[in-house]
Design a protein around this ligand. Structure first.
Ligand SMILES: [Zn+2]
Length: 316
């Protein structure tokens, strides 16, 4: 599989053309979720194939940004969106994980003075060939114009591996590692007073988040944690922002528990992986993060998990 295709699959981003070369950057549209709390929704209507969601929290002492989008260009558009509501300094950038579509715009916020809150485990499958190769491939995905001024900026100034609480301008912002469900470096941002959760890619609009960098057991644990928080609003990593997040959590759990029992039955029945996957519709060659493509990649991962469990190598 060509690396670019693998990147697109693993990162849940659709190929897109380069933005026009221009010095002026249009702010992205924003959506106010509560007083001082904003989402910057990804492309509406494209679900997991669209731009990721981001967000920001405005306090009297500065701004906390959640995710930095896929390139310096997108980062600047996000910064302009923030500047459309406040001139407060950017204090913190929280990264929900280390996939390029969520952090390749981080340098923009670092240059604006932000310090980075992130999980220190930055391992992701797409960087297997090294960071340089990843950046080169990613530039082909988003375009050289969008990547102008790029520098890696996702190492943590404030590493979080458990729970951490940012207190800024009278606001309480909890950053928590829910386990390595979507990726080893997953973080979620929880606003206890407003009951708003930025879930990163632990949740995506159609319930089929990718676990190729993580695993189903920690993913199911993360879902239980989200349920226990009882959020009023959840901003998923990609797709529509839902006012009834319980339904998306239930949908995601149903998908993964179903996939696990299907793959377990296949392993126990001695069905080889290729035949177990044959029951799924084929991946869409030209839409690497379409529903069918994601389902297939996850099925491979879950088959391997069940196989290891069957051999007694790890608990399911
Ligand atoms: Zn991701």
């Amino acid at each position: 599989m060509p690396l670019t295709f693998a990147i697109l699959i693993a990162l849940q981003i659709a190929p897109g053309g380069s933005p026009p070369a221009s010095t002026s950057v249009a702010p992205l549209p924003i959506r106010r979720l509560a007083q001082g709390v904003y989402a910057v929704p990804g492309d509406s209507g494209r679900g997991s194939e669209g731009r990721p969601n981001a967000g920001f929290i405005v306090t009297d002492c500065g701004v906390v940004v959640v995710d930095a989008l896929a390139s310096p260009h997108h980062g600047r558009q996000l910064l302009e969106a923030i500047r459309s509501v406040t001139r407060q300094p950017i204090k913190w950038l929280v990264l929900t994980h280390h996939h390029p579509d969520h952090h390749f715009g981080a340098v923009v916020f670092r240059r604006a003075g932000a310090r980075v809150v992130a999980h220190p485990d930055r391992r992701v499958l797409v960087a297997e060939a090294g960071e340089e190769a990843l950046v080169a491939e990613w530039t082909r995905v988003v375009g050289a114009d969008a990547m102008r001024g790029f520098e890696l900026a996702n190492s943590a100034d404030r590493p979080v591996t458990g729970d951490d609480t940012l207190r800024l301008g009278g606001r309480t912002i909890v950053v928590t590692h829910p386990g390595a469900g979507h990726s080893p470096g997953d973080l979620m941002v929880w606003l206890p007073r407003e009951r708003i959760l930025f879930a990163g890619d632990v949740l995506v609009e159609d319930g089929v988040t990718m676990v190729v960098d993580g695993g189903t057991k920690p993913l199911l644990g993360a879902l239980a944690l989200i349920e226990a928080l009882r959020p009023a609003i959840v901003v998923p990593g990609h797709g529509a922002i839902l006012g009834r997040p319980g339904e998306l959590v239930a949908l995601t759990r149903r998908y993964f528990t179903g996939l696990r029992s299907d793959m377990r039955a296949a392993v126990e029945g001695g069905v080889p992986m290729r035949r177990a996957l044959a029951t799924l519709p084929p991946a869409d060659e030209t839409r690497p993060v379409s529903l069918n493509s994601r389902r297939r990649r996850n099925a491979v991962r879950v088959y391997l998990e069940e196989e290891r469990a069957y051999m007694g190598l790890e608990s399911p």
